[in-house]
Design a binder for this molecule. Structure first.
Ligand code: GAR
Length: 218
């Protein structure tokens, strides 16, 4: 028997052959990210490829050196640095985030590698309109270091999840998941890289799903 190291090997549910195209008014997205921004890029590319009827109004990032800021600049998308270290508490930080998103007239918020816990201030301003992508098959491996948690637990399949954000961390309604097998020689880096391939597929699809579902209306 040979193991199949095919990085595209996965199971996505619910299955969508292509991104569903909603041809009304484009949804106005606000994206929050802290890191390299590969998921930001995947959403921006799906929009550019006309696979997702949306526009990114603004990127908010909290880490001054985050590479995602350059990715936004390269696409001519406004990027606003809100550094949580400059706020007294989580609520004050979230109030500033909400003000910024409202100033940019955002309909739907996407946490794409946002490593901050959100408060009721944020959730109340965008009820059922905040999505998060997480690198595990929730409800397994919530919180930080989800890829390492899966490796340590010895599970044979992990993956990624897009879900609605609620007050309890990584616990809101699940919209879409992709399963990714763990291979015998996987390290956190190799496994995360394969999970990210699937994240880039499901995040634009889940945004399309959220914009069409009765969960939300513009
Ligand atoms: C993604 O793998 C995402 O699932 C994870 O951060 C990474 C960001 O990558 N998010 C979390 O762990 C949230 N709990 P990116 O900057 O390349 O999009």
């Amino acid at each position: 028997m040979t193991l199949c190291p095919d990085s595209t090997l996965s199971l996505v549910s619910p299955s969508m052959n292509t991104h569903q195209f909603y041809d009304g008014k484009p949804w106005k997205l606000g994206i929050l990210a802290s890191g390299s921004g590969s998921n930001f890029e995947a959403v921006a590319q799906a929009i550019a490829d006309k696979q997702l009827n949306a526009q990114i109004q603004v990127l908010i990032y909290n880490n001054p050196t985050a590479k995602v800021a350059t990715k936004a600049a390269n696409r001519g998308i406004d990027a606003v640095l809100l550094n949580h270290r400059e706020y007294n508490n989580r609520q004050a930080f979230d109030r500033k985030i909400v003000q910024t998103l409202q100033a940019y007239d955002v309909d739907l918020v996407v946490l794409a590698g946002w490593m901050r816990v959100v408060t009721s201030v944020f959730i109340a301003a965008f009820p059922n309109r905040i999505l998060n992508i997480h690198p595990s098959l929730l409800p397994s491996f919530k919180g930080l270091h989800a890829v390492e948690q899966a490796l340590q637990a010895g599970v044979k399949i992990t993956g990624c999840t897009v879900h609605l954000v609620c007050l309890e961390v990584d616990s809101g309604l699940i919209l879409m998941q992709a399963a990714v097998p763990i291979l015998p020689d996987d390290t956190a880096e190799t496994l995360h890289a394969r999970i990210q391939v699937q994240e880039h597929r499901i995040l634009p699809q889940a945004i399309a799903l959220a914009t069409q579902a009765s969960l939300t209306t513009v």
